[in-house]
Write a protein that binds this ligand. Structure first.
Ligand SMILES: Nc1ncnc2c1ncn2[C@@H]1O[C@H](COP(=O)(O)OP(=O)(O)OP(=O)(O)O)[C@@H](O)[C@H]1O
Ligand SMILES: [Mg+2]
Length: 321
């Protein structure tokens, strides 16, 4: 297929009313996200319409800086959109306060980030069950066993993150995202730090959690083979949704990516910054800042719960950090 790079996101099946009968696990409508102001202004998302169908694995691809992580952050409410609307299930995020957003993320969304975001003082097992513990929910023992065994973590459960390899730490993060069976798992390059065997195992687990358990997953990846595991692939370019494939094989994904990269390299092709000049924050720094924000929000919620318990007003929870 040939890829044009339109000035605005073209209507795609992701927003096609013909698919309206399907249940969206998450949806972005005309979402724009602008970082900074003046000369350092960056338009990371530019009027994006994207839907994530319940019970599907949707891959999100695009060149570095195209807005993939920003879209994930906006979907989870970790970043507020500059304009447009976002829903998780039937819940629109814009009306929610910080506390409600934190609870929604903790109870209904699982995360796996590029950078490991495990708590260093907790064991692998404690990290995996942390969201459930914070939310006062019991962990299903059989499912926990299944996830742990599939990810090859059985022998590592008592270890702290500092005693695990990078790949093992990322598998712990995957286990943590899946174990609570959230409405939506947002996985931002979950296999980026794994060798090909471990990456294959993680992708296989993500795929099976969709097929066998109806899990909904949004998977950001640069890997065409990983995207070929997906039901649909959305392509971002310069903050715009420019293409969508269904049940694509790796060859089709590569061809589409090559079209995007070619479009970006053409004279006159727009760069990511809104104005001339380099982006103010590189993607790795932005990622680290977001991870810190997520952890801080989780801990704030936990501390508020502990305070409520201490004051005798808490109705649940007794997680230990
Ligand atoms: N907090 C921030 N402040 C300023 N600019 C930001 C911030 N977060 C992201 N950006 C910019 O927004 C653009 C999109 O970034 P984003 O992290 O979404 O890209 P990405 O597609 O995930 O890239 P990668 O594949 O490298 O992870 C980039 O130009 C980035 O520098
Ligand atoms: Mg990213």
């Amino acid at each position: 297929m040939s890829i044009g790079v339109p000035q605005r996101s073209a209507p795609t099946p992701a927003t096609d009313p013909a698919r309206a009968g399907q249940r969206w696990a998450a949806r972005a409508e005309a979402v724009s996200k602008v970082y900074g102001s003046g000369e350092t202004r960056v338009r990371a998302l530019d009027v994006v319409d994207a839907g994530f169908v319940h019970g599907e694995l949707t891959a999100v691809m695009g060149p570095s800086g195209s807005g993939k992580s920003t879209l994930m952050q906006c979907l989870s409410g970790l970043d507020r959109v500059s304009s447009g609307r976002v829903w998780i299930g039937d819940q629109e995020l814009s009306g929610l306060g910080e506390r409600a957003l934190t609870e929604l993320r903790r109870d209904r969304v699982g995360f796996v980030f590029q950078a490991f975001n495990l708590l260093p003082t907790l064991t692998a097992r404690e990290n995996i069950t942390l969201p459930a513990d914070l939310g006062g929910r019991a962990v299903e023992a059989d499912w926990l066993d299944h996830v742990v065994d599939t990810l090859g973590l059985r022998e590592r459960l008592a270890h702290r993150p500092g005693e695990l390899s990078g790949g093992q730490q990322q598998r712990v993060a995957c286990a943590r995202a899946l174990v609570g069976r959230p409405e939506l798992v947002l996985a931002d390059e979950p296999t980026g730090n794994l060798d090909s065997r471990a990456a294959g195992e993680v992708l296989g687990l993500l795929r099976r959690s969709v097929d066998d358990l109806g899990q909904t997953i949004a998977l950001v990846t640069h890997d065409a083979a990983a995207a070929a595991h997906a039901d649909r692939v959305l392509f971002l370019h310069d903050g715009r949704l420019v293409a969508e494939l269904s049940s694509a094989d790796a060859g089709e994904v590569l061809e589409t990516m090559a079209g995007l990269e070619h479009a970006g390299a053409e004279p006159g092709g727009s760069g990511t910054p809104d104005l001339d000049g380099a982006p103010v924050v590189d993607a790795a720094a932005a990622e680290a800042a977001r991870t810190a924000r997520l952890l801080r929000a989780q801990l704030d919620a936990f501390i508020a719960d502990v305070d409520a318990l201490a004051a005798g007003t808490g109705d649940r929870r007794g997680a230990a950090l």
